[in-house]
Design a protein around this ligand. Structure first.
Ligand code: ADP
Ligand code: MG
Length: 338
């Protein structure tokens, strides 16, 4: 009898080990962007279950941070600008607190209160001329992270000036990627990638033991990859000005605005940041556009565990000190640079 039982166990063990894990993937629109969710699971049913969990988590976050949804906590903060502090969830309070810290380390290049400038710039092809210098000057008067008042005791957020607004366009997708990853890790998912339109967080390895290979879009040829990087438990985010931009007098302006001047950033066409979290990588990739190549790289070099690759508008590649780009360029890029 005993022998029979151990034989049964052996069979069960065997059955489990031949049921190899596989990669399951879903592409869908979330937060107005293309998301790709990749998980390693035992079978399709399990893979679907994991992906559903990630999707629900991202939808939940969107409800908190959306500036379009009048019912979101973020909209309530904005509606009460200049009027009164608003009590918010720990989650949103902490996100705003971290965003303000990034504003400090980037000297205000990153600023979630950029949002009141959205009224004068449109990066959907509808703008025919530059806004007037007066209009630009007026729009920045409501911008400034110093006027986002956080009260840790009461967990309230107060935008000091009437007409002030916050928005998470430059950090929200990275945050959602981190939270979806965190949830799946806690559910025991061994490996995966949450890719929010180029804002990615990864964990674990592929079922065959190989690292995930992450391709960075070539800003000059959107459908090709200019470099690939192996990643295991790291986030990478690419911001590019090849999708949303305007051209005035032959100069290309991106959808990232310098909160200090009110003018859109120019000079950089793509910034890729590697960091422990996609939230930080997302915010820093946006900040690099505003800070420019030199200050951007200098700042990144001072942050432990963070690296970057920048392509400027002359197609020159710049990297932080921990990246040896030649190793990662695709063969085509080596010839064309990038
Ligand atoms: P994408 O979402 O296209 O990948 P980013 O992550 O770089 O791009 O974020 C750009 C978005 O961030 C803009 O569309 C806008 O909503 C917001 N934004 C623009 N300028 C700033 C800024 N200086 N600080 C914070 N957010 C900004
Ligand atoms: Mg960003």
């Amino acid at each position: 009898m005993k022998r029979k039982i151990s034989f049964l166990f052996l069979l069960l063990f065997f059955y489990h080990s031949i049921q190899a894990q596989q990669i399951y993937k879903r592409v869908l629109k979330l937060m107005g962007s293309r998301f790709e969710i990749v998980v390693v699971a035992d079978n399709q049913k399990q893979g679907d279950k994991y992906i559903d969990l990630a999707v629900n988590e991202i939808r939940r976050i969107e409800k908190v941070i959306s500036s379009w949804d009048p019912k979101s906590e973020t909209s309530t903060i904005n509606r009460n600008a200049g009027i009164k502090p608003v009590k918010v969830s720990h989650e949103l309070y902490n996100l705003i607190n971290r965003a303000n810290k990034i504003s400090k380390i980037t000297d205000g290049a990153f600023d979630i209160s950029y949002a009141s400038m959205d009224k004068i710039w449109h990066f959907d092809g509808s703008m025919k001329q530059m806004p007037s210098p007066e209009a630009i000057k007026k729009s920045v008067s409501k911008v400034g992270y110093q006027n986002i008042i956080l009260d840790p005791e009461n967990q309230t957020v107060f935008l000091k000036l009437k007409g002030m607004k916050i928005g998470f366009g430059a950090i929200g997708k990275g945050y959602a990627a981190d939270k979806a990853k965190q949830l799946l890790v806690s559910e025991g998912v061994k490996a995966g990638i949450i890719n929010a339109s180029g804002d990615m967080n990864t964990w674990g390895k592929q079922p065959d033991g190989q690292k995930w290979q992450i391709g960075i879009t070539n800003p000059l040829h959107k459908n090709t990859v200019f470099a690939t990087f192996p990643l295991t438990d790291e986030a990478v985010v690419t911001s590019g000005n090849y999708e949303k931009y305007v051209i005035f007098n032959g100069k290309r302006y991106t959808h990232i605005i310098d909160p200090r001047t009110g003018y859109p950033a120019s000079g950089i066409i793509s910034a890729t940041v590697f960091a422990p979290s996609a939230e930080l990588a997302d915010a820093l990739a946006t900040s690099i556009f505003v800070m420019g190549v030199e200050i951007g790289i200098d700042r990144i070099n001072q942050l432990p565990g963070v690296e970057c690759v920048i392509i400027d508008d002359k197609n020159k590649i710049h990297t932080s000190k921990g990246i040896h780009i030649q190793k990662y360029l695709t063969n085509k890029s080596k010839k064309q640079n990038p």
